[in-house]
Design a binder for this molecule. Structure first.
Ligand SMILES: Nc1ncnc2c1ncn2[C@@H]1O[C@H](COP(=O)(O)OP(=O)(O)OP(=O)(O)O)[C@@H](O)[C@H]1O
Ligand SMILES: [Mg+2]
Length: 156
């Protein structure tokens, strides 16, 4: 059992009683999820929301609506499978946890989610699935750090 001084625990609860973890299955996002789990283990009243955002490019008239739908369906199915694995991991915790598959621009959707769901802390990776490493932050983490209404914990 982990003993935490009362004052520190109260502070921790108000700072991060509901943690949002934007997740894209990248190594960094896996580390972010582990970090959120580690935080949640400190108090079983801490809640974890894991969200992944799929963004299927549409309006490519050339491919047609039929193919757009098929691409969207396959992205959705893959995202749901990914979240099943996440949920299985989270089910080991006594804490309340939720998972979401959302559609839209990842950056905008994550920031909107944080507002709508009263997240107290965001835990996310510095980089994601893109292989480019010149910049410290990817475009999604860069945007969320700037626009988030709550503190953002960047895992690297
Ligand atoms: N589609 C997404 N849904 C949910 N979370 C995401 C998504 N994309 C990225 N993230 C979160 O943002 C973090 C940083 O990823 P980001 O996409 O910013 O970097 P990148 O993929 O390396 O660069 P870029 O996407 O700008 O080319 C990830 O570790 C993850 O926590
Ligand atoms: Mg990315």
């Amino acid at each position: 059992m982990l003993m935490i001084p009362w004052g520190r625990m109260m502070k921790m609860l108000t700072v991060c009683s509901r943690i949002a973890v934007p997740y894209d299955d990248s190594e960094m996002s896996k580390k972010a999820l582990e970090t959120a789990i580690m935080l949640a283990k400190q108090d079983d009243r801490i809640e974890i929301d894991v969200l992944t955002v799929i963004n299927v490019p549409t309006t490519l008239a050339y491919y047609g609506a039929y193919n757009d739908d098929r691409i969207r369906e396959s992205h959705l199915a893959a995202a749901k499978e990914m979240m099943n694995a996440v949920e299985e991991k989270l089910s080991a915790l006594p804490n309340k946890t939720r998972s979401f598959v959302l559609e839209g621009s990842p950056s905008l959707t994550i920031v909107e989610f944080i507002k709508q769901n009263d997240s107290d802390l965001v835990v996310m990776g510095s980089r994601g699935l893109s292989g480019l490493q010149e910049l410290f932050l990817g475009s999604v983490s860069h945007y969320v750090v700037q626009k988030s209404t709550c503190p953002v914990y960047i895992v690297k």
